[in-house]
Every structure is written in structure tokens, then in C-alpha cells.
Design a binder for this molecule. Structure first.
Ligand code: NAI
Ligand code: MG
Length: 504
């Protein structure tokens, strides 16, 4: 793998637009205005491709959170958003989607320098995905209706019963660092379509694109206070948002550990909660496949976004008869996935997001080795002058008790195991506390459907992986989450159903 160690991982120069953005004074977006924090604490903005601090964002204080929630509360309570004709809400959202597309290049660059993902990937996946979530949900604003229901237990004709859908209210939306802009838009879109108002907080590692999004929200013409964007730490600002008495709903994407904590903290006032949490998604490869075609798919399932994906295909189960061939096929893709600086146009995989994540992932690789796993591919950091690069890694000779098999690593590390028959692999695939995604690779239609029904996960992919479409519901079984986002279910998670019964 000489070609992987000789790569120059020096980060490229930023564009003038990105430099100007980074030079802005740290501020919060509340009531459609940029406002200063009540204190002078900030969080550093780091480029994980170089490990350099490139700017600062506000670390929101309790007072800042209260101010943002108060703005969202006022904007909800006076109906300045929910009271608009649905098609006006829809049009405003579509303007935002248009603005995201018009600023796609700058957004992709900011994402790349903040998160470490290749700019080309941010431009191909994150930015268009962000616009799609808003466009799709915009249409629901004018299309979610209640029903007229004839009551069963009353004598016919004596009462008139119907349901209406009402926005839940003020939302606290907390997103992680792996797809910062995409997650921010995925969160605000159904809230806005439903008529809710929101306070959104990006992860402390990745504030930039959410702040740039705030500019576009003001430009799109949303009334003041409908979307408020604050930056800051999770255990302080995030915690305050979740516990705030004026918040009606919490939507969170992130670790299972924090998801459970948030669910507890939101319980006192019975806030509505949706959680999109971790995973350890199996990728089952049946013996009938064309291995040369499937191995790159299995590699992409784990190495895309440096494996920092909730549905990353982090457990490969390949049939014994093709196991070695699958591992060789994945090994052959590693020059393609060799980590590079995010602004390198040849990059397909970047560094990990932070030193913390780098240490966590390297720690898992070491634990795997200690437990007896063998490194079939990678297993080490990539040479660089700063930055958090881990080489694509495949671990074999693992068993179901090892931490590398049980826990979410969130890095470019996959464990591969053999199986002999379909019952065995269905059981192994489900031997996890998670249930977010699963991939099945086979040409046999019956096998595909049988396995799809047996695997306990919110999404099952057949002959592909991590294909996400805003029209299709997404969420987790078991400890991978609560509720569903996207699709019709996605907007319904931001609405209450009211039943009206009128004696005639
Ligand atoms: P995290 O769950 O701590 O952070 C995610 C978001 O939650 C951030 O915006 C953070 O500010 C916020 N947060 C943290 N503590 C909070 C609290 N007490 N109350 C309210 N908000 C809070 O995830 P972290 O620490 O960045 O990553 C740790 C691990 O979590 C990763 O290694 C990975 O396994 C997993 N993870 C999973 C994600 C997914 O998409 N399923 C995304 C990010 C991390
Ligand atoms: Mg954390």
C-alpha cells in the first residue's frame, strides 16, 4: 500500500467566500438577527484535515438558550407561521431549498473544512440532500389533513366526529456532526411544514453550515423567530434546550447514550420525542452473488463518510464459500478510499471529524487486536502532518463477544464473519442491541424477502446500502431510536391529532 502512504495530505487553501465567513464575529441567530452571546465563551472551529483551529463559534449560555426558546415560543404562540396559508409556508420553504442550491459550492466547502468530508462528496450528497428534505416536506404543508370519522358507539347521525392535525409547538432540535447541513435541514423541514417553530443546535464540532443556513433562512423570508440557530456544547446548551419548559418537542440525532439521557430529561414535562440513534448494521452477502460487483458495495457501505454514518455497514456476514474473495475484493478498493484532505479533488474519504473520534476509533482497533482479531486490511492511521486520518480497515477472526463486533465504532472499520446458512445469519444479524439498517446482497428474490422480514431493523437495503430518500420513512428498531423521520411519518411526528365531537 505504498500509494496510500505517499499521499500528500496537506489541506488546500480556502476560497475567499469561506475565509470571509470564518472571519465573522461569533454570533447566534435569534429572531432573524445575529446577536451576541450573554457571555464571551466560544468553542473552537477545527479543520480535521489539518488539525488547525480556523475560527470560533459561540458556546451558548443558559441565557442565550432561554432567549432563543422565548423567540420560538412567541413566534409559535402568535401564529405568525402556523397561521399563514399552508401554501405560503410551502413557498417560503421552497425558496430556502432554492437558496441552498444557489449557494451549494460554498456550503459544500464549509462542510468539508468543518467536518473533514471530501468537498466533492458534500457537493454530491449533503447539499442536494439538504435541499431535497426541505422541498419534499414543503409539499406536505398543504397536504396533511384530518379525517371525518363516523363514531361507532353512538347512534347514527347524532354526533359529527372529525380530526384535525395541529403543529406540536416549539421544537428543540439537536443534530450531530456527521452530516451537519443535511441533518439540520432534515430536522427543520418537517417542523416548518407542520407549522412549528424551532431552536436548532448543531454539534459543537460542526457549527459552520448551520450558521450559513441561518443567513439563507433570513433571506428566504421566514418570519422572525420561526427558526433560531444557536451553537454550543451538548451538556450545557443542548441540555438546557431539552429541559426547557417552553419546549414542546425534542428531536435528536446522535449517540444512543445521549439519546437515552435526552429521553429521560424530556419526560418530566412529557415532551414529544423523536430519536435517531446509533447502529451496528449488518451486511449479509449470500453465496450466489457476483463478488466482484458486491465487494465494492460492501466497501462503500462502511468507508463512505469515513464510516461516520449511523447506518454504516459495520458487520459483514459473508457466506463461507465466498468469504476470502469478498475480503480480497474489499482490499482492492482501499486505494480508492485512501483518506485525503477534504479539499483534495481526488478525495473519496477524508479524515475523522476530531481528535476525540480518531482516538476512539484507534482505541477500538487496538481493543480488537487485543481480543484476538486479525487485521485483514488497514488497521492503522495514515501518515499526515496534522489531521485525523485512519486507513480503511477490515478485521477478521472476530467473535460476537468482542467490543468491535458489539459496539458502534463510527469510523472506517468493519468486522467480517463467515456463515453457513440463512438461519444462522438471520440470528447473527439480530444479535445486537441496535436495529437501524441492514444490507442484503443476493440475486435470489425469495431469499431477499425472507431475510428482509427476519432482520429487525428500521430499514433493509437489498443489493445497495445507505440509500436514503426523503420520501421513505427512516428510523430505528430497538436502541437505534424512537419514531420515524422523513416521509409522511416524518411530518406527523411534528403534529398532534385533535378529535372534535359535536352533538348534532
Ligand atoms: P453525542 O450524541 O454526544 O452528540 C450529538 C449531539 O448531541 C451534539 O449536538 C451534542 O452537542 C448533543 N449533546 C451531547 N450531550 C447532550 C446532552 N446531555 N443534552 C443534549 N444534547 C447533547 O455524540 P458524540 O459525543 O459527538 O459522538 C459519540 C459517539 O456517538 C460516536 O462515536 C458515534 O458512535 C455516536 N454518534 C452517532 C451518530 C448517529 O448519527 N447515529 C452521530 C454522532 C455520533
Ligand atoms: Mg458526546
Amino acid at each position: 500500500m505504498n500509494d496510500m502512504t505517499t499521499i500528500d495530505r496537506t489541506q488546500r487553501a480556502y476560497s475567499a467566500a469561506a475565509q470571509a465567513f470564518l472571519a465573522r464575529k461569533p454570533a447566534l441567530f435569534i429572531n432573524n438577527e445575529w446577536v451576541s452571546s450573554s457571555h464571551d465563551q466560544t468553542i473552537p472551529v477545527e479543520d480535521p484535515s489539518s488539525g488547525k483551529i480556523i475560527g470560533h463559534a459561540v458556546d451558548a449560555s443558559d441565557k442565550d438558550v432561554d432567549r432563543a426558546v422565548a423567540a420560538a415560543r412567541a413566534a409559535f404562540d402568535d401564529g405568525r407561521w402556523s397561521g399563514l396559508p399552508p401554501m405560503v409556508r410551502e413557498r417560503t420553504m421552497i425558496r430556502l431549498a432554492d437558496l441552498i442550491e444557489a449557494n451549494a459550492d460554498e456550503l459544500a466547502e464549509l462542510e468539508a473544512i468543518d467536518n473533514g468530508k471530501p468537498k466533492t462528496m458534500a457537493g454530491a450528497v449533503d447539499v442536494p440532500g439538504a435541499a431535497s428534505h426541505i422541498r419534499f416536506m414543503a409539499g406536505w404543508a398543504s397536504k396533511v389533513n384530518g379525517e371525518v370519522v363516523s363514531p361507532y358507539t353512538m347512534p347514527g347521525g347524532t354526533v359529527f366526529g372529525y380530526t384535525t392535525k395541529e403543529p406540536v409547538g416549539v421544537c428543540a432540535q439537536i443534530v450531530p456532526w456527521n452530516f451537519p447541513l443535511l441533518m439540520a435541514c432534515l430536522k427543520i423541514a418537517p417542523a416548518l411544514a407542520a407549522g412549528c417553530t424551532t431552536v436548532l443546535k448543531p454539534a459543537e464540532q460542526t457549527s459552520l453550515t448551520a450558521l450559513r443556513l441561518a443567513d439563507l433562512i433570513a433571506e428566504a423570508g421566514f418570519p422572525a423567530g420561526v427558526v433560531n440557530i444557536i451553537t454550543g456544547n451538548g451538556h450545557t446548551a443542548g441540555d438546557r434546550m431539552v429541559k426547557h419548559p417552553d419546549v414542546d418537542k425534542v428531536a435528536f440525532t446522535g449517540s444512543t447514550e445521549i439519546g437515552k439521557l435526552i429521553n429521560k430529561n424530556a419526560t418530566d414535562s412529557l415532551k414529544r420525542v423523536t430519536l435517531e440513534l446509533g447502529g451496528k448494521s449488518p451486511v449479509v452477502i449470500m453465496p450466489d452473488v457476483d463478488v466482484a460487483a458486491v465487494a465494492p458495495g460492501a466497501a462503500g457501505a462502511i468507508f463512505f463518510n469515513s464510516g461516520q454514518v449511523c447506518v454504516a455497514g459495520s458487520r459483514i456476514y459473508a457466506h463461507r464459500s465466498i468469504f476470502d474473495e469478498v475480503i480480497e475484493g474489499i482490499a482492492a478498493t482501499t486505494p480508492f478510499w485512501a483518506p485525503r484532505a477534504s479539499l483534495d479533488p481526488e478525495a473519496h474519504m477524508g479524515p475523522l471529524v476530531s481528535k476525540e473520534q480518531f482516538d476512539r476509533v484507534m482505541g477500538y482497533i487496538e481493543a480488537g487486536k487485543r481480543d484476538g482479531a486479525s487485521v485483514a486490511v488497514g488497521g492503522d492511521a495514515a501518515a499526515s502532518d496534522g489531521g485525523y486520518y485512519v486507513n480503511p480497515t477490515v478485521l477478521v477472526d472476530v467473535n460476537p463477544q468482542m467490543s468491535v463486533v458489539r459496539e458502534e465504532i463510527f469510523g472506517p472499520v468493519v468486522v467480517a464473519q463467515r456463515f453457513d446458512d440463512i438461519d444462522e445469519v438471520a440470528k447473527a444479524a439480530n444479535d445486537t442491541c441496535f436495529g437501524l439498517g441492514a444490507g442484503i446482497w443476493t440475486k435470489d428474490v425469495a431469499t431477499m424477502h425472507k431475510l428482509a422480514s427476519r432482520i429487525k431493523s428500521g430499514t433493509v437495503w437489498g443489493n445497495c446500502h445507505a440509500v436514503i430518500d426523503t420520501a421513505l420513512p427512516f428510523g430505528g428498531f430497538k436502541e437505534s431510536g424512537l419514531g420515524r423521520e422523513q416521509g409522511r411519518q416524518g411530518i406527523e411526528a411534528y403534529m398532534e391529532t385533535k378529535t372534535v365531537i359535536i352533538q348534532l
